[in-house]
Write a protein that binds this ligand. Sequence first.
Ligand code: ATP
Length: 355
Amino acid sequence: MTGSEPAVELDGVTRRYAETTAVKAVSLTVREGEFFTLVGPSGCGKTTTLRLLGGFDSPTAGAVRLAGENVSGVPPENRDIGIVFQNYALFPTMTVRENVAYGLNFADPPDGGSTADRVAELLDLVDLAGMGERDPTELSGGQQQRVALARALAPGPQLLLLDEPMSALDARLRERLRVQLQAIQTELGITTVYVTHDQEEALAISDRVAVMRSGRVEQVGEPRAVYRRPETRFVAAFLGDNNVLDGTVLDVTDRGDGVRATVRVDGTELVVRADDRRPVPGDRLSFCVRPEALVVDGATNTLTATVQSTEFLGETTRAHLDWGGTELLARTAVPLDGSVTLGFDPADAHVVAVE
Ligand code: ATP
């Protein structure tokens, strides 16, 4: 590998089955050392994409390249990858130590040391030092998943593939484990491709995310960028709470501080930032405003809505609002009640479609 080549490259990859096309002409690259996440709703093709990377399945069209090499026809055991699945798949009759050592059955320890030393090193890495003689059944779900991670990392693979590794765990444990996983990944600098349907997890853990829908990649980017600037209606609605509104463009101005479009939404005129799309009067335009951008008594873009229900989330309260038949979400420090007047800064609105 020259260093300029991506660690992972999918080039126009399609996987067709008899009835469905699970992955449709997907092209993306993962950089060396990157934590890259495939996120999307159930059935969007995440697992199939990961299986194609791992060599458990072959593309119908397109190429998979690892470290610049086309790996079509290369079986999983020759791809230099570690993989962790949702169900820990530990061997119940083996101790923790034996499970981790199993990861070395087909390979020598990467540093030329002994298997025993390598196992101890890995148990230490996943914070399970001293637990080597336990049976997997004597461990919590989170601990079992860390054993599975240690086993996958034992041979020192170039690439780590993780398929919903935390989805069987409860919320608190998931949060703890994701912090540990991130620390381990950073420490090792190992290129990682992670699959999850949990958008919050994807935003929290990744260097970059690819949002998938119906076999296609809708958007790739850093979590902050994808959250702030979703490129499609789907991404806007899928990643975090959002209000997506549709209207007709009445007027477009450019006064040097950016392009602003006046949009009529259900009879109300709202002004939104529209630098990226440059709409013209008469266009149908969709934009999104995050619930936290709707502020009480905001000076611009005022909307009067009725609170339908609220959810206490600790620091903030989420309110479900009815705005003349349109459902809106707001997130405020002070709980909302009854009839409220909200506003948003045009700069906090982001255009997701112009037709
Ligand atoms: P989930 O989050 O539910 O695991 P996913 O995003 O990982 O979903 P995939 O498992 O990749 O989705 O499946 C994508 C689509 O391909 C689905 O419609 C699925 O039914 C179909 N599919 C997957 N594997 C096969 C197969 N072996 N034979 C036929 N269809 C399949």
